[in-house]
Design a binder for this molecule. Sequence first.
Ligand code: GUN
Ligand code: ZN
Length: 439
Amino acid sequence: MSVIVNHPKTAIRGALLTFKKDPFFHPMAECFWYESDAIIVMENGKISVVGKADDILPTLGDISVKHYRDSLMMPGFIDSHVHYPQTQIIGAYGEQLIDWLNNYTFIAEQNFKDRAHADEVAEVFLREQRRNGVTASTIFCTVFPESVDAIFAEAEKYNMRIMAGKVCMDRYAPEALLDTPQKAYDESKALIEKWHKRGRAEYVITPRFAPTSTHEQLEMIGTLASEFPDTLIQSHVSENIKEIEWVKELFPKAKDYTDVYDQYGLLRDRAIYGHGVHLTEREFHILNERGSAVAHCPTSNFFLGSGAFNVHQAKSAHRPIKVGLATDLGAGTSFSILQTMNEAYKAAQLNGAPYSSLHTFYLATKGTAEALSLEDKIGALEVGMEADLVVLNLKSTPIIEYRMRYAQSLEETLFIQMTLGDDRAIAATYIAGKMVYEG
Ligand code: GUN
Ligand code: ZN
């Protein structure tokens, strides 16, 4: 079944920012389009007109135009790695990755066998995303197919572009959360047949991470991936030092962590791996060769003491990796992509390799769309693109309003927003041409 939602024409007016090219590789002047007074017309879920207000106003006839002042219209934010079942454990104190998984995550995820519980969390989770201007995301569910049905069904109500999958794991987790190689294959396949490409939904084949899958399970997941070459794949890689040592013990024949996934055919275009904080040169090379992406999760990496991913290193021109920005909730501490950008800047500072606010806004929009190979659909404001937008209020708090009086450039304006802004900066969120949140 395909879901087509027709909305009437909607037109909005204000300042506009969108990206055309990757500023990590091209001169900044070629990379973005900023227009101080623009109009965007949305029709049938897509952008039908976008340009200077003066040019478009005379052509609009009797369409009413919503005017956003002191604001910035942008492509909706994309979260490339997030765990919706962890909504109830955000900010859980204690230890690093493995203990945190055992003490909180694996307990919370057991509740998702109950569809009513999954429905409730899916509703809260997507509501928070809308409140934060997140219009598309790549989501980990739990081992229970019910949890996958819940998030896809809730997203369908908003015609939201989401990608999600059932977590597969058959060892090193509580009995109640384990499947088997065959069950992982069968349940994932049934979910692909039910949800993949239904409306704006896409399925993501989701082995949790190498340690929680046996050789047999990874093999069956690899088979499934080869049978469905146009699904996405997601997992975790090289997040935490102890985790990497554990992977070495469990897979002694693998060259490194990334090689485990490669051996099972799980590196390809549209495969996205969370974290990659401690990747080696060899791993960067193979990710580049296979066309796979890394999801940069700075709030999570700081919260769990994992380290600071280096975007400049990942995007080295001789073997560039696609990089998406991500919250990785609930190890990540905020639904806000602005706050995620804030922490991304600090990660870059710790690496001695900072990048500008324009680079960061590129990462959160078009860059993440490219990491997911969705750049022909979302992540930019152009005619024909899906009409997923966020409108930022540039004066959302008293201190931001005060600080903005001294902003002298677009770059400084954006830097203020990503450093001081959060959900309060979201003036409106549009999904498929329809306003779904107003701040
Ligand atoms: N590695 C395996 N599972 C998880 C998870 O749920 N969160 C994080 N941050 N890392 C993981
Ligand atoms: Zn994760």
